[in-house]
Design a protein around this ligand. Structure first.
Ligand code: ZN
Length: 78
């Protein structure tokens, strides 16, 4: 899984490297068919059902979003 982290998205656009669809600008975040998940420090914005993760996963106090996605990125469900 390729992870892109932004600390300041002002004036930034992000395009999917597979289909070229714009999936993020400084006003909105969208998904294309290749997006597996989007998250911010506030929580998950989108989780693809192919990952087999609940819509609003409970993170343990010691589990950051990065640690959580690292654990789940190696075992996607077909
Ligand atoms: Zn795409």
């Amino acid at each position: 899984m390729q992870r892109v982290e932004l600390s300041d998205s002002t004036g930034f656009t992000l395009h999917c490297p597979f289909c070229g669809e714009q999936v993020m600008n400084d006003e909105a975040i969208d998904e294309c068919e290749h997006t597996l998940l989007t998250a911010s420090d506030a929580g998950f914005e989108y989780i693809d059902p192919r990952l087999g993760i609940s819509e609003d996963p409970d993170l343990d106090e010691e589990d950051t979003i990065d640690e959580f996605t690292d654990r789940h990125s190696s075992t996607p469900t077909p």
